[in-house]
Design a protein around this ligand. Structure first.
Ligand SMILES: NC(=O)c1ccc[n+]([C@@H]2O[C@H](COP(=O)([O-])OP(=O)(O)OC[C@H]3O[C@@H](n4cnc5c(N)ncnc54)[C@H](OP(=O)(O)O)[C@@H]3O)[C@@H](O)[C@H]2O)c1
Length: 256
């Protein structure tokens, strides 16, 4: 298992939660970071922590929904450091959303917040990494919710499933060019933004623990990483059950 050191690491969605914590955990590896998110002040605070721990860091406030802004971030990383060796596409959001209350616009918004934000970085990164002698690693923070339709998370589950499928294709097509793809699938993680949303969160883990799983995946580069194991086992079991049984269990879990 290679530790991530002396590498250019781009983290999209690094101003809080899992992305910020992954940056902190990699910061003592003398890496060169490019971190981005919309909230400039929060991003600058994370950048300071990274520099204090011994890595270089360029923080670029940008909205991942804007394809040109995303391409500009990748270009800025290359201008500053010459390459992007590891990219973690971590921006995303899964609010509590029941199908009897959502609008068409809500579904489209959640799709954009979890799928378009990936595509907007994926395409310029593939173009960049194809030109690098050693290719590169593109990782995506997916979710165990992307493996099946989770109650109160339908639009989010659908968007994460779409991202997984796109990345699965990219992995097959781009392996000969040295570009590797890792999808990480956390269960519930106790991050600040979702702390008061009222969703039941069985087997929830801390953001520090979630970030350790992500860092391990960046080091080992599995195609898929699922954690924590109790939630991953639950999802695997539900997927194997006949639909009437899994529907009953999911309804019970969703009602808390
Ligand atoms: N928490 C969980 O239970 C859980 C479980 C499974 C998977 N995940 C996934 O983990 C990832 C990180 O989520 P988190 O829980 O750590 O929540 P978080 O603290 O809200 O982190 C999300 C990050 O993405 C950024 N972001 C969101 N929309 C963006 C946009 N349009 N452009 C640029 N940056 C954007 C946010 O920064 P700004 O707001 O500053 O832009 C923030 O830095 C997400 O993809 C989420 O779906 C979370």
């Amino acid at each position: 298992m290679a530790r991530i050191t002396d590498r250019t690491v781009l983290i999209v969605g690094a101003s809080s939660g899992i992305g910020a914590e992954v940056a902190r955990q990699l910061a003592d590896g003398a890496n060169r970071f490019v971190i981005t998110a919309r909230r400039a002040a929060a991003l600058a605070t994370v950048a300071e922590e990274i520099r204090a721990a011994g890595s270089a860091c360029l923080d670029i406030p940008a909205d991942a929904l804007n394809a040109q802004a995303a391409a500009d971030v990748v270009a800025a990383a290359v201008t500053e450091y010459g390459s992007v060796d590891v990219a973690l596409l971590n921006a995303g959001q899964g609010p509590d959303m029941s199908m009897d209350r959502v609008s068409v616009a809500d579904v489209a918004r959640i799709m954009a917040l979890n799928y378009d934000v990936v595509v907007n970085y994926l395409i310029p990164l593939i173009k960049q990494m194809r030109s690098q002698p050693d290719g590169g690693l593109i990782a995506h923070t997916n979710s165990l919710a992307g493996l099946m339709g989770i109650p109160r998370q339908g639009p989010y589950s659908a968007a994460k499933a779409a991202a997984r499928t796109l990345i699965d294709t990219a992995r097959v097509e781009l392996a000969p060019q040295g570009i590797r793809f890792t999808s990480v699938h956390p269960g519930f993680v106790a991050t600040e933004r979702i702390s008061g949303d009222g969703l039941p969160k069985p087997f929830q883990i801390s953001q520090e623990r979630a970030a350790r799983h992500v860092v391990r995946a960046l080091e080992r580069e599995p195609a898929q990483a699922y954690f924590p194991w109790p939630t991953a086992a639950l999802v695997r079991t539900l997927r194997a059950l006949p639909t009437p049984f899994s529907t009953l269990v999911l309804r019970k879990l969703a009602s808390g």
